[in-house]
Design a binder for this molecule. Structure first.
Ligand code: GDP
Length: 436
C-alpha cells in the first residue's frame, strides 16, 4: 500500500508483535505480527515500512509479506480494501514515483523493460536506464541548448545591454554538436531494438527440408531458454530463444508445416513472406537430393538477406556440394548439419554468435535506446535541429531562431517527461502489469 493514510489502514488489520503502535515504527524496518479480522488471525506476516519521502513512491508505504497462496492473499487484499485502501491501477506505484518527481519518464519506462526483459543484457540496459544514465545524457544535451538560449534571450529582451553578441556561427556550432549526440542515440536503437525484440529469425525451406526438425532441436536444447509469444499473424507462433545471450525470435509458421502435403508452391510463397520481415534468414535444404528449381528459388529469396544456409541431413548420403557455384555467394555462411542427430548444431550457434555479436554492444559503456517512443522523439528533435539550421542559414532574426530552438528543447523534455500530456502518461503506465 502507498499513500498518506496507508498506515491507518494497516493499523486496522495488523497487530505487530508486542502490540507496538504502528505510527511509532521507524521507516526501513520490518515487523513480525498477525493480520486479524474480528479478533481472528488470518495469517502470520512480516510487514515492511517505508516513511515518506523515503520510499518507492515517496509516499508512506507498507508491504505485507504473507504465506502466499490465493486464499490468504485474496483475504488480506479484501481486508485492505474494506478498510479504506483502493486497488492500484497497472503501473500505479511507478506512476506515483514519476508524478511525485522521484524518477523521470525514462526511468519509469525502464522499470517495464526490466520486468519484461528476456536476456541478461536487456535487463542490464534497463537497470542502467533506471539509474538515470540516459536521463543525464539528455540533460547534458538540454543544458548545451539552454546555455546558448540564455544568450539569445538576453540579446532579444535587453538589446540595450552590452552583452556579447551571439553569432549565427556560435549557434550553428552548438547545433552541430547536439545533432552528433542525438544521431548517436538514434543509431543505438538499431542494436537496442534487436536486444529488446530479438533477432527476428525466419527458417525457410521446401517441405521436408527439415524446418520443423531444426526448430525442435533448437527449442529442446537446454541452452536455449524459450518463451512463447503470440505471433503477429494468426497462424504464426513466435518462440523466443536465448542463444549465448543472443535473443532470437524464431518465427514458427504453422502454415508452412501444413503446406507439406500441399503443392510445394505454397511453401515457397510463405517462405518469401516470412523472410521479407526477418533480420536473419535460415534457409534449410535437404542435401540428400540435388538442388531443385524450388531450392534455387529459396536461394533467390535468401540472397538479399542476412542468411545462414543449412545443408541438412548429413547423417545420410548427401548430394549437394557446398562449393557449388550456386552456393558461392553464401560461402562462409554454410552449415552442414543434421537436424535429427543435432550434429553441427553447435556450428550453427557459433555462426549466429559471429553474425550478431552482441558482445560488441558494450552494455556497460554504451547508452542504448530500446524504446520506440524515445527513439521517435529523438528523430523529431534531430528534424527540429535541421529546421533550425535552415532558419539560420536563411539569416532569419534571432527571435525566429529562438522559437525553433525551443521546439528542440520541448522534444527533449518530452523524452524525460517534463511536459508530457496525461494521455501519454496513461498510455505508458497502462503497459505495466498490476501492482508494479
Ligand atoms: P519440414 O517440412 O521442412 O518442416 O521438414 P521436417 O522437419 O518435418 O522433416 C521432414 C522429414 O525429414 C522428417 O521425416 C524428418 O524426420 C526428416 N529429417 C529432418 N531432418 C533430418 C536429418 O537431419 N536427418 C535425417 N535422416 N532425417 C531428417
Amino acid at each position: 500500500m502507498s499513500g498518506k493514510e496507508c498506515f491507518e489502514v494497516l493499523d486496522k488489520i495488523f497487530i505487530p508483535i508486542k502490540k507496538q503502535t504502528i505510527g511509532k515504527i521507524r521507516g526501513y524496518t520490518m515487523k513480525y505480527g498477525h493480520i486479524v479480522e474480528n479478533g481472528e488471525i488470518i495469517d502470520e506476516v512480516l510487514v515492511s515500512y517505508f516513511k515518506e519521502p523515503k520510499s518507492y513512491t515517496t509516499e508512506n508505504m507498507c508491504e505485507i509479506n504473507t504465506h502466499g497462496g490465493n486464499i490468504v492473499m485474496r483475504k488480506i487484499l479484501e481486508l485492505c480494501l474494506k478498510n479504506g485502501a483502493e486497488l492500484a491501477e497497472p503501473g500505479e506505484f511507478t506512476k506515483r514515483a514519476f508524478l511525485n518527481g522521484r524518477i523521470d519518464l525514462l526511468q519509469a519506462e525502464s522499470v517495464i523493460d526490466i520486468i519484461n526483459s528476456k536476456s541478461e543484457k536487456e535487463a542490464k540496459t534497463g537497470i542502467k536506464q533506471l539509474e538515470g544514465v540516459l536521463s543525464s545524457k539528455i540533460a547534458e544535451i538540454k543544458q548545451e541548448i539552454l546555455d546558448v538560449m540564455v544568450n539569445i534571450e538576453v540579446a532579444i529582451d535587453y538589446p540595450e545591454y552590452d552583452v556579447e553578441d551571439v553569432t549565427n556561427n556560435q549557434i550553428l556550432n552548438m547545433l552541430t554538436s547536439i545533432k552528433k549526440k542525438l544521431k548517436k542515440l538514434e543509431k543505438s536503437f538499431d542494436n537496442g531494438k534487436l536486444l529488446k525484440d530479438g533477432v527476428k529469425t525466419a527458417i525457410i525451406g521446401k517441405p521436408n527440408a527439415g524446418k520443423s526438425s531444426l526448430l525442435n532441436s533448437i527449442l529442446n536444447e537446454d541452452r536455449a531458454i524459450v518463451t512463447e509469444i503470440e505471433g503477429t499473424t494468426r497462424d504464426t507462433i513466435e518462440e523466443f530463444v536465448n542463444i549465448s545471450g543472443i535473443p532470437l525470435k524464431l518465427i514458427d509458421t504453422a502454415g508452412i508445416r501444413e503446406a507439406k502435403d500441399e503443392v510445394e508452391r505454397i511453401g515457397i510463397e510463405k517462405s518469401r513472406e516470412i523472410a521479407e520481415n526477418a533480420d536473419l534468414v535460415i534457409a534449410i535444404f535437404d542435401s540428400t537430393n540435388e538442388f531443385s528449381s524450388e531450392d534455387r528459388e529459396i536461394l533467390e529469396i535468401a540472397k538479399n538477406k542476412k542468411t545462414i544456409i543449412i545443408l541438412n541431413k548429413i547423417d545420410l548420403e548427401t548430394k549437394v556440394d557446398e562449393n557449388s557455384t550456386e552456393l558461392a555467394q553464401f560461402s562462409g555462411n554454410i552449415i552442414k548439419m543434421s537436424a535429427l542427430t543435432k550434429e553441427g548444431l553447435e556450428d550453427l550457434y557459433k555462426k549466429i554468435e559471429e553474425m550478431f555479436n552482441f558482445n560488441e554492444i558494450n552494455v556497460d559503456n554504451e547508452i542504448l535506446i530500446t524504446n520506440l517512443r524515445q527513439k521517435n522523439l529523438i528523430t523529431k528533435a534531430i528534424e527540429n535541429v535541421e529546421k533550425t539550421e535552415e532558419t539560420i542559414r536563411k539569416n532569419e532574426p534571432l527571435d525566429i531562431i529562438a522559437i525553433f530552438i525551443k521546439d528542440i528543447l520541448e522534444d527533449l523534455g518530452n523524452i524525460t517527461g517534463d511536459y508530457v500530456t496525461e494521455d501519454i502518461i496513461n498510455e505508458i503506465f497502462s503497459k505495466f502489469c498490476l501492482g508494479k
